[in-house]
Design a protein around this ligand. Structure first.
Ligand code: LLP
Length: 445
């Protein structure tokens, strides 16, 4: 099928403009690069992986994950810190293994995540448990495996955790998650530290809650915690939240309750579309200036980064099924959909879309959409691409909050996943079959 004409308002791209715009279409992903006109991940050609495993296919670069982690490690050099990977960003076992082997702790938000992290060989003591709705069963299991800390998010949860721990004859280590009421300047669906959000305990209630916690016999206060949002691209919201949190630490300790660790959550953004978040080491250099100035620089620190460790370490490979020119829009229909890549539909998020073998010649303007029966099933809008049916594309920055939020809508099996390390690739998740999806269902007799 020949490429349709460009839709009004979009000039066709010249070969030069496609070539020169390629580097900027590979946002923040140095381990994904063009070699001899084809897109590679580390030492492997992405199209070879797509042919070997089929599409849609998530491909992750181990080096990219370790590089992202190294920026945090540099930022914490000479400090006492534990980096707890927030596994909700990508909870595939092979990904967890990378961070476990690199010495990370983990931040979890459900019993399911706890079982995954244990299956990846991680000791419960390296895990912290966040989340506003922990069940008694989840608390029991976490206590059974010696969880490192519970980040408690409400006064009611504090009482229940005390009861559960008492019934087991155990003491639950806790932090209280503070809602500092700071605007993280990000998408409203992913800001978590504002007064109107469901997360954490209000700033004004924090001291009283610590005082209550200190009287509960089966709890042991360990630290304080806060998380203000995700895809944060500026340092100021962190500095504001830190100041508010340190004010609280001073008040809590003045009331005779010592805090061993300070947990500043996650939230650092990545470059999706020319975004310029601070690098983790630069951000922490600024935060430590403040911590040192206020005399807290030698405390024990925890952080819970998710997206910034994996987001730009992954892509989703997909095949162009059909090109469908239209009067108002040209559609490029691909074999990946909102069930694989839910972020555009949920947050109108931008992911760069790059052909694996970019072709010279004028392109056209397309809405890149999936096969799911929803108008919201789009992956990219108004993209200038020079395409033919059967071409392979990479949806960039797909390492975080894609596979972990994938669904089976339209009874579409979840994609396969491959982890690349140099010139070695490992299939870390098989493509899900229809039989996998129907497992556990019953017909009525
Ligand atoms: N800690 C807590 C308590 C959190 O709630 C979160 C994310 C994190 C750590 C990790 O934040 P990160 O470093 O990844 O920003 N699905 C959305 C993002 C939701 C984030 C929710 N909480 C998206 O696709 O943009």
């Amino acid at each position: 099928m020949s490429a349709p004409a460009a839709s009004p308002g979009h000039a066709p791209a010249s070969p030069e403009s496609i070539a020169t715009s390629m580097p900027s279409l590979l946002p923040g992903a140095p381990h994904f690069h063009l070699r001899d006109g084809e897109l590679f991940v580390e030492g492997l050609r992405l199209s070879d992986l797509a042919r070997m495993h089929g599409t849609p296919l998530f491909v992750y670069s181990k080096a990219a994950m370790l590089d992202a982690l190294a920026a945090y490690q540099r930022g914490f050099a000479g400090r006492r810190a534990r980096i707890c990977y927030a596994m909700k960003a990508n909870s595939s076992l092979g990904v967890l293994q990378v961070f476990a082997q690199a010495g990370c702790g983990f931040d979890i938000v459900s019993g399911g995540e706890l079982e995954r992290v244990l299956a990846a060989g991680v000791d419960g003591a390296r895990v912290i448990f966040s989340g506003v709705g922990k069940t008694r069963a989840e608390m029991r299991r976490a206590l059974e495996v010696g969880i490192g800390c519970f980040n408690v998010e409400s006064e009611a949860e504090l009482e229940v955790l005390n009861e559960v721990a008492a019934a087991m004859g155990k003491t639950a280590p806790i932090s209280i998650r503070v809602n500092p009421d700071v605007d993280p300047k990000t998408h409203p669906y992913i800001s978590t530290g504002l007064k109107g959000n469901k997360f954490g305990i209000a700033h004004e209630r924090t001291l009283a809650t610590y005082q209550r916690a200190a009287t509960l016999p089966s709890l042991k206060v360990k630290g304080i915690d806060c998380h203000i949002g995700s895809q944060i691209t500026q340092a100021e919201p962190y500095l504001d939240a830190m100041d508010r949190m340190l004010d609280l630490v001073e008040a809590i300790e003045a009331a005779g309750i010592p805090l061993q660790h300070l947990d500043f959550g996650g939230g650092l953004g990545i470059n999706y579309n020319g975004d310029t978040p601070p690098q983790a080491d630069a951000l922490w250099a600024r935060l430590f200036e403040r911590l040192d100035a206020r005399g807290f620089g030698q405390r024990e620190f925890m952080i819970e980064p998710g997206r910034s460790l994996v987001g730009n370490a992954g892509v989703c490979l997909t095949e162009v099924l059909y090109l469908k020119p239209g009067e108002q829009k040209n559609f490029c229909i691909i074999d990946a959909a909102m069930n694989d890549l839910p972020r555009p539909a949920m947050y109108e998020a931008f992911h760069a879309i790059v052909p694996l073998a970019p072709r010279a010649g004028s392109g056209s303007c397309y809405d890149v959409v999936g096969p799911v029966c929803e108008s919201g099933d789009w992956i990219g809008r108004d993209r200038l691409l020079n395409l033919r049916c059967g071409d392979l594309l990479a949806v960039m920055s797909a390492g975080a909050y894609c596979m972990s939020m994938a669904s089976n809508y339209n009874t579409r099996g979840r994609a396969a996943e491959v982890l690349v390390d140099g010139t070695r690739s490992t299939l870390i998740r098989e493509r899900e079959s229809a039989a996998d999806q129907m497992r556990g269902e019953r017909l009525v007799d």
